[in-house]
Design a protein around this ligand. Structure first.
Ligand SMILES: Cc1cc2nc3c(=O)[nH]c(=O)nc-3n(C[C@H](O)[C@H](O)[C@H](O)COP(=O)(O)OP(=O)(O)OC[C@H]3O[C@@H](n4cnc5c(N)ncnc54)[C@H](O)[C@@H]3O)c2cc1C
Length: 480
């Protein structure tokens, strides 16, 4: 028998984005919401991530708008020493559980169905009892799964592993009870960095670690993404340096050179020019530690791990039965084609500011609550796809700037941003261009500056033979 349910919204996915979106709907409307998720608790990928993962950016601007995360303190030990605290995986999960149990459910307007698989067209089924449900969503069905976050524990390695070779997800590292003769970290994204740092933190000798790095990455300095006045000067200097770098750049390589010189971007090996950019963030202490690993394998992606060798795209390296291979190759957030956020009876939650997913979901929630028609809503919520390559840094600065310009024209939106704890720019010791209270003249100057940057970056991309990145032209229609 199928149970019929009715609510204003059906939100599919109780991950960070589904939670941040629903939190704003509850705060700003009288809507009722049904949330469905296949996991047993809210928090999405955090519930299956490796246990030593932490937020990559301060807790201060992560989570949902209505409830602070963390205790607003500066770490005095560890890799993040001197910087604002980063919630642990456990803290993030506990936080989302509290938001659900102490805030959303007691509102009386949210119903939550964990352990339930959404099957499309408003239908879902409990994975435990087998009970089937059919939801009538009076307003919208909200896809909060669009980002398709993948962490290594969710799937087997995407390459063959011969019998006898040891290959584990990074989740397994804290369960190790015996020393391995060598550790090979496969993958150079943030998960790979975290695995290397975990091994080093346990006292594994640098010489016993090999790091398979198909692509080198431009990395963000976490000290430049900090709340509070203590960091305001360095952050302001960095942003001025970035504006100057854009203004003076004669080519894309020239731009990245200047961005590195002013400290806006970092790289692990100063002798290798990165072609990847995925918003990975490190502290200077972490960077120094990562640089101590000398056996970096740049032979492309792993094709398979045999008993005695690792076969890569561009070569082979020896391995042994006593070596532990750590698969850190999952995409995290994949670079997916953008699709309209508001699409009639559907919504697709995506980033509207680069690498700020929870802010984006909350912002979309506000726009849904405060504006009437989908055309206006989509104009304010132009997706900013998750970056992957170095060129995406330019594209995302342009797309962010376009959204910021639109937001800056709307006084009520500026007021909302001023009150949003998830708006990172509120915490960086300067106001977001969209949120500023300043005079009409300073707003005009800010807009002119943003427009000039967008124009210059478009020219650089054009000269490099890369399509102009107007975010509307990156938006593809897909069935939600
Ligand atoms: C390791 C890591 C660290 C990160 N650190 C930061 C950080 O420091 N700061 C920051 O801003 N962002 C960070 N992010 C990104 C961040 O967590 C975002 O919040 C991201 O967008 C994840 O949220 P989500 O809700 O989109 O996806 P998910 O967490 O994947 O949530 C989607 C949910 O949908 C459910 N679902 C999917 N399909 C179905 C179905 N058919 N039926 C039922 N349920 C379904 C899943 O079970 C899941 O719970 C990090 C990401 C990773 C991977």
């Amino acid at each position: 028998m199928t149970t019929k349910l009715e609510a204003d919204y059906l939100v599919v996915g109780a991950g960070a984005m589904g939670m941040a979106f629903t939190d704003v709907l509850v705060a700003e409307t009288d809507a009722t919401v049904i949330m469905v998720d296949r996991h047993h608790q809210p928090g999405g990928h955090w519930t299956t991530a490796y246990p030593y993962v932490r937020l990559h950016q301060p807790s201060k601007f992560y989570g949902v708008n209505s409830r602070p995360l963390g205790s607003d303190t500066i770490d005095h030990a560890g890799w993040n020493e001197g910087l604002y605290e980063l919630a642990t995986c456990g803290e993030v999960c506990a936080y989302f559980d509290q938001v659900m149990q102490q805030h959303l459910l007691p509102s009386g307007r949210v119903s939550y169905y964990p352990m339930s698989e959404y099957q499309g067209d408003g239908r879902f089924r409990s994975q435990v009892s087998g009970a089937e449900f059919q939801v009538t969503a009076r307003r919208r069905i909200v896809d909060a799964t669009y980002m398709r976050v993948t962490v290594p524990s969710m799937r087997p390695p995407p390459y063959g592993v011969a019998a006898g070779a040891q290959c584990v997800a990074p989740n397994e590292l804290p369960r190790l009870r015996a020393r391995h003769e060598r550790y090979v970290v496969v993958g150079a994204g943030k998960t790979g960095m975290d695995a290397c740092l975990w091994l080093l933190g346990q006292g594994v000798r640098q010489a016993d670690i090999s790091w398979i790095m198909p692509r080198d990455s431009w990395i963000l300095d976490r000290a430049r993404i900090q709340p509070g006045s203590r960091f305001a000067r360095a952050i302001g200097d960095g942003l001025s340096g970035q504006a100057q770098a854009i203004d003076r750049a004669t080519s894309i390589d020239d731009l990245f050179d200047a961005l590195e010189t002013c400290g806006q971007l970092l790289r692990i090996d100063p002798d290798v020019w990165p072609r990847m950019y995925r918003c990975a963030t490190v502290s200077r202490k972490e960077l120094a530690a990562l640089r101590t690993i000398k056996d970096i394998v740049r032979l492309g992606r792993v094709q398979r791990i045999d008993a005695h060798e690792i076969v890569l795209d561009d070569g082979r390296i020896p391995t042994t039965a006593g070596t532990l291979h750590i698969d850190c190759t999952a995409d995290g957030l994949a670079r997916k084609p953008a699709t309209p956020v508001f699409a009639g009876e559907r919504m697709n939650l995506q980033s509207v500011r680069t690498c700020q997913q929870v802010f984006s979901a909350a912002f979309i929630g506000h726009v849904e609550a405060a504006y009437c028609d989908d055309e206006t809503k989509n104009r304010l919520c132009s997706p900013v796809p998750h970056p992957d390559s170095d060129l995406d840094w330019l594209r995302d600065v342009i797309a962010d700037g376009q959204n910021a310009l639109r937001w800056s024209e709307d006084e009520s939106l500026r007021a909302w941003l001023r009150g949003s704890r998830l708006d990172v720019l509120q915490h960086l010791g300067r106001s977001s261009p969209a949120a500023t209270r300043e005079s009409a003249e300073s707003l005009r100057q800010l807009r002119a500056g943003l427009a000039a940057q967008q124009e210059k970056l478009s020219i650089l991309l054009g000269a490099a033979g890369s399509a102009s990145p107007a975010s509307s032209s990156r938006t593809e229609e897909t069935a939600p």
